[in-house]
Write a protein that binds this ligand. Structure first.
Ligand code: GSH
Length: 263
């Protein structure tokens, strides 16, 4: 069996799929895309993933897109302990978690990552070059929003609501983990795997203070980030200048974020 993964090192959705593959001990053929350079918009890639995003997997010739769908697929076809819980009720709960990512949290991760960190990679390029990549984003709503965030950073009107949505997400996680021990109940599941890259991104952006008063979230994140499969999904894939920019610019905007949270 061959699994090819089209992904990016620093990409929450790609990280999610790498964690699942590692949990299963599954090797993969890696095709890394440069997202700021627009590799995801090249015609040959759009044939695999018409949305112009990563990740995509090709499993023995079958093309699959959408990271949560890919994660469930891999959990089903690759042998190993259940990652989709041990019962229909907790499986339904697991999906209530994962669908939240597709219904907003993922897009808002893009907003805060760009507003705080990624836009600086684009600002370092000539403006027309940066806009050429942004103008090719296939989804018109996402395109307009990303251009706004590229132009205005944390002053974009999309920034504060995004921070407040993460505040709600962390509150919901704390409440579930109090019952826990895992997000979807008594089994570690794809819900825990899927949320790890998002909480990790908040950490990379210096937003870990958002769980200072949420001990269950803090303990869960510590457990998740120390899983060998999670470590392996990060080791060697992170791009140091990108991580450094998220850290440095994240520290600069901390007072602004605290002001939003105090409103
Ligand atoms: N719902 C999709 C979202 C994929 C997505 O937005 N991927 C980001 C990286 S995490 C991407 O490829 N961005 C490139 C772009 O927006 O041009 C999934 O879960 O796979």
């Amino acid at each position: 069996m061959t699994i090819e993964l089209y992904h990016a090192g620093v990409s929450v959705c790609s990280e999610k799929v790498r964690i699942v593959l590692n949990e299963r001990g599954q090797e993969f053929v890696s095709h890394q895309l440069d997202l700021r350079g627009g590799d995801q918009q090249k015609p040959e890639y759009l044939k695999l993933n018409p949305n112009g995003v990563v990740p995509t997997i090709v499993h023995d010739g079958t093309v699959l897109i959408e990271s949560n769908v890919i994660a469930e697929y891999l959990a089903e076809v690759l042998p190993g302990p259940s990652l989709t819980t041990n019962g229909p009720v907790s499986r339904a709960q697991m999906r209530v978690w994962t669908k939240q990512l597709d219904e907003g949290i993922h897009q808002l991760t893009s907003v805060i990552s760009f507003a705080i960190g990624f836009r600086h990679q684009l600002l370092a390029k000539p403006r027309d070059e940066a806009l050429m990549v942004l103008n090719k984003i296939p989804d018109p709503f996402r395109r307009e929003r990303q251009i706004d965030v590229y132009e205005k950073g944390v002053d974009s009107s999309h920034f504060a609501p995004a921070i407040l949505r993460f505040e709600k997400m962390l509150g919901d996680m704390q409440a579930s983990l109090e019952k826990g021990p895992w997000l979807a109940g008594k089994d570690m599941s794809l819900a825990d795997i899927a949320f790890t890259p998002y909480v990790n991104r908040l950490d990379q952006l210096q937003l870990a203070h958002m769980w200072d008063t949420r001990p269950k979230v803090a303990a869960w994140f510590e457990t998740m980030r120390n899983r060998p499969a999670v470590k392996l999904a990060y080791d060697g894939w992170m791009v140091k200048p990108v991580i450094d920019t998220m850290r440095d610019k994240g520290a600069e905007v901390t007072p602004r974020v605290k002001q939003i949270l105090a409103r």
